[in-house]
Design a protein around this ligand. Structure first.
Ligand code: SF4
Ligand code: SF4
Length: 278
């Protein structure tokens, strides 16, 4: 078995308790208009070319025999400007665990967080890797947009849960993420009923998710978790467009990026939920 990873970030401070190593798994069922990890959306390996550095010399288009370049349509080793790279590397659970355990000492005081993309699309790989990380605290950052059996199987082995809830209205959810929120609400309803603690993250997107209707609707949905559920409002990242451009993609989010954000915690606090805005 292998898993496709597009980044590993060490010493992360905001991805769980303590210092974390965060593993970003490739592939996501959603297409959020504001996604700041565009390289994590597609499920396969892909090419990223930095158009600011690229001199259009065409050298990378000549055939090469590198295993690493197979299927990418370009050679990732020959660029004189270091402008081309493959996104996504396959790991076996043993390889990934070995890589993570290089930092065994600080992992003992924090842990490993699986993020993405949507990490639970690769649940089998995560669970096999987890078996090789005994005593290490595990966390997941998930969109919760996966089949319920998958969600439950993964969370049976993962202690800390960060689950997004972006939009409560199914039509709005479909409009901005490409998919309705049926699975997400089903999974979060199960989580609320399970009695487990978790953190719900709401990305604050100006005029899209930060509306009074949406925040109140999310607060009402989460209110059965009062005393157990923490809500985090995560502001829109204004650097998102630059990231798309640096990998040669167009960014046209369809909302006013510069509009002021409403960081309104009151619906959550009134529902008895712990809440923080960043
Ligand atoms: S990515 Fe590099 S090798 Fe390819 S065309 Fe651009 S500058 Fe040349
Ligand atoms: S769920 Fe996350 S990774 Fe997936 S498209 Fe949305 S923002 Fe990007």
């Amino acid at each position: 078995m292998t898993g496709l990873v597009f980044d590993i970030k060490e010493f992360a401070l905001h991805d769980g308790t303590g210092l974390r190593t965060t593993v970003f798994l490739k592939g996501c069922p959603l297409r959020c208009a504001w996604c700041h990890n565009p390289e994590g959306m597609k499920p396969g390996r892909e090419l990223a070319r930095d158009l600011k550095k690229c001199r259009r010399c065409g050298r990378c288009l000549s055939p090469c025999g590198h295993e690493e370049c197979r299927g990418l349509g370009a050679c990732v080793k020959i660029c004189p400007e270091d402008a081309v790279k493959a996104v996504g590397r396959l790991y076996t659970p043993e390889e990934l665990a070995r890589r993570l355990l290089r930092n065994r000492e600080f992992l003992a005081a924090g842990g490993v967080t699986f993020s993405g993309g949507e990490p639970l699309l690769q649940t089998g790989f995560i669970l096999e890797t987890a078996e090789l990380l005994p005593g290490i605290g595990l966390a997941v950052e998930t969109s919760a947009s996966v089949p319920p059996e998958t969600f439950r199987r993964a969370l049976s082995r993962i202690g800390e849960i960060y689950a997004d809830l972006k939009l409560i209205d199914p039509r709005e959810h479909e409009k901005w993420t490409g998919s309705d929120n049926r699975l997400i609400l089903q999974n979060l309803a199960w989580l609320l009923k399970s009695g487990r603690k978790f953190t719900a993250r709401v990305p604050l997107i100006p005029g899209v998710t930060d509306t009074p209707e949406n925040l109140s609707g999310i607060a009402a949905f989460l209110s059965p978790g009062a005393g157990r559920v923490r809500v985090e409002l995560i502001p829109y990242n204004p650097m998102t467009g630059a990231k798309y451009r640096s990998v040669g993609r167009e960014y046209a989010p369809g909302f006013d990026e510069k509009a002021p954000l409403r960081r309104d915690l009151s619906p959550f606090l009134e529902a008895g939920l712990e809440a923080a805005a960043y």
